[in-house]
Design a protein around this ligand. Structure first.
Ligand code: CMX
Ligand code: CO
Length: 140
């Protein structure tokens, strides 16, 4: 079902500051920047490697408001790893299969993700405390 780790999402207060930190410390390059109103974030994708069906990235996330998933996470837990995203060939099929095993889906249908992807989230409480995202990369 999973082809690769698509990205690790990291919550931060100041996107520009963390882009500078990750670029200089790990020699990573920003390949996309986006404001995703639906997800309540301003974000940057830093390329790590290429893999099956797409790349692997670090996703830096700054909340657009305190009353958003990342805003609430920062208030409660502070900066750090917010979610892990797995690359899947077909997000709707993965949702049906995983949902069929009793895991709560946080999205009824796939939503718009970074760089033209289709995404869906799984409830962290049903998968060992890790907020999990499914990502279907756009067809090249
Ligand atoms: N990782 C692990 N556990 C988490 C979590 C996270 N990122 N966020 C919340 N939780 C836990 C909380 O600790 C809480 O547990 P307790 O009841 O034991 O305290 C429980 O889940 C409920 O959390 P909450 O404080 O009520 O927080 P929310 O109302 O924000 O709901 C969640 C949490 C996961 C349902 C919500 O954040 C969500 O729908 N997320 C999916 C969308 C998203 O995160 N978008 C931003 C990223 C966009 C992108 O990657 O492109
Ligand atoms: Co993500």
């Amino acid at each position: 079902m999973f082809m690769r780790i698509d990205h690790i999402g990291i919550a931060c207060h100041d996107l520009e500051e963390k882009i500078a930190l990750f670029s200089s410390t790990f020699d990573l390059t920003v390949v996309a920047r986006e404001v995703n109103e639906e997800q309540g974030v301003k974000e940057a994708m830093l390329h790590v490697a290429d893999g099956e069906g797409g790349g692997s990235y670090i996703q830096l996330l700054e909340p657009l408001s305190p009353d958003s998933p990342v805003g609430r996470f920062l208030a409660k837990r502070g900066e750090g790893v917010h979610h892990v995203a797995f690359g899947v060939p077909d997000v709707e099929r993965a949702m049906a299969e995983i949902g069929g095993k009793g895991v709560r889906l946080l999205d009824e249908r796939p939503r718009h993700g970074s760089m033209g992807s289709q995404i869906a989230f799984l409830h962290p409480k049903d998968v060992g405390g890790m907020l999990t995202e499914l990502v279907q990369a756009p067809t090249p």
